[in-house]
Design a protein. Structure first.
Length: 147
């Protein structure tokens, strides 16, 4: 086993041990669960409810809500990534197929055409392009004249 796996298992065992000890020590602690809405009224939801059970319900609810929220997002991102992987694989297949067939789009076997070199006329050096006379920009006025 990798050391990171062993460290993770040890940390999880310690966390489980602390949670177990907390639950065992506080099982006798009980509270009343009351929903108080002020002027509308209040209701007793439970009398003498154990604190470890209440904390377990609250943590489980939080994990469930986080899983629903982030799980949906990660599933959507996973679907997009899988679609992109399929598209890349299809493009790679198409590229390898075109390389195998020599780039021709015919259905038959690829036949190379002989290369015919054409004689080109000798290149004659030409004169450099003539620059047109561009009028010089007007000199900016002297600062002393502006005062």
């Amino acid at each position: 086993m990798k050391t990171s796996t062993i460290v993770l298992l040890v940390v999880l065992a310690l966390v489980a041990a602390f949670i177990g000890l907390f639950g065992w020590q506080n099982l006798a602690t009980r509270i009343d669960l009351i929903l108080d809405l002020g002027p509308i009224g209040g209701w007793y939801i439970a009398r003498g409810f154990p604190v470890p059970y209440l904390m377990g319900i609250m943590f489980s609810t939080g994990f469930l809500l986080a899983f629903l929220w982030f799980g949906g997002r990660s599933m959507t991102a996973g679907r997009r990534a899988k679609a992109a992987e399929r598209q890349v694989a299809a493009l790679q297949d198409e590229l390898s197929w075109s390389k195998k067939s020599g780039g021709s789009k015919s259905a038959g076997p690829s036949v190379r055409k002989p290369v015919v070199l054409e004689k080109k006329a000798p290149r004659v050096p030409s004169a450099p392009p003539v620059k047109k006379d561009v009028p010089a920009a007007a000199d900016p006025p002297d600062f002393d004249d502006l005062i």
